[in-house]
Ligand binder design. Structure first.
Ligand SMILES: [Zn+2]
Length: 298
């Protein structure tokens, strides 16, 4: 059976259980939920606009194709049930498709920095159900394949500390956020490597400086030691000089004492000299008299 329902949703991934229930017959929705719990749906191919699937129904295997085209949700099932506007099988497929997307959304609950806030998507189904929800993060198989092709050379480049290869352009895809995150991490590591290199160079410079200072200190200590030796020698010389000076002073005192003794001796000698003088004068007088006496008479 085929059905066509007006739908303003941009992607099939935007249809959540509430919206699906709003366009379903109550009993058909309940049975579809039961199929879901019993894990009866097998989705073959799925993208934003088309899902192909099979479902194990109560009377055999049924095939479904659900499409989003020109503002309409087109559902097709190999069953012959008269449920309107969609059979229980197609409802179950939409629920399963939504459920499949959920773990991916919960793995990426936060919006990474730099990415735009996802716009609000509004969907109106069957003209009477209007629901507003956040855009679901979905990944197309082709995007994932491109990512897998990129991540291998990218990993090698990261291991070799090289520039990352050019990434595939996947605007609006969840994969582009993964790529941006990896790029950001690689960039942080590159900056941290540069910082580390700079720090190592600074440490080396400082070590050289400290080595030079140590050498200067050693030279200064050697010089100080030499100066101490010289000072000790000078002290010895001064002590010798002092001893010599003391001896000189002693000799001077002795000389002064000897001079006094000499002066006394000279004085005594002068006193003892006067009888000699008198005797000499007497001898001189006798000699004069004798000379007068022996002089021939005229
Ligand atoms: Zn069906």
């Amino acid at each position: 059976m085929r059905n066509k329902i007006p739908c303003s949703a941009e992607r099939l991934g935007l249809l959540d259980p509430q919206m699906i229930q709003a366009i379903s017959e109550g009993s058909a929705f309940q049975i579809a939920q039961k199929y879901l719990t019993e894990n009866r749906v097998r989705i073959g191919e799925a993208d934003d606009a088309r899902i192909t699937s099979t479902l194990i129904g109560n009377s055999g295997l049924y095939e479904q194709t659900i499409r989003l085209k020109d503002g309409h949700l087109l559902s097709q099932c190999s069953c012959a049930l008269p449920e309107e506007p969609m059979c229980r099988h197609c409802i179950a497929v939409l629920l399963e498709s939504y459920r499949r997307d959920q773990p991916q959304q919960s793995r990426n609950p936060r919006v990474p920095k730099g990415s735009k806030t996802p716009p609000l998507a509004s969907a109106s189904l069957n003209g009477n159900a209007s629901v507003t929800q956040w855009r679901a993060a979905d990944v197309k198989l082709s995007d994932a394949m491109q990512f897998m092709e990129w991540i291998q050379p990218a990993t090698k480049a990261i291991q070799a500390h090289q520039q990352l290869p050019d990434a595939p352009t996947l605007k609006g895809s969840e994969v582009s956020i993964w790529i941006e995150t990896i790029r950001g991490l690689a960039e942080s590591r590159r900056e941290s490597d540069q910082g580390s290199t700079r720090l190592t160079a600074e440490i080396r410079d400082r070590e050289t400086h400290v080595r030079r200072l140590s050498e200067e200190l050693r030279t200064s200590m050697d010089e100080m030691k030499a100066t101490q030796t010289t000072a000790q020698a000078l002290q010895l010389d001064i002590a010798t000089c002092q001893a010599t000076m003391a001896k000189v002073a002693e000799l001077a005192t002795e000389m002064i004492a000897h001079e006094e003794q000499m002066r006394v001796a000279a004085g005594e000698l002068l006193q003892e000299g006067s009888p000699f003088q008198q005797f000499a004068d007497s001898v001189k007088e006798i000699a004069q008299a004798l000379k007068e006496a022996v002089r021939p008479s005229p």
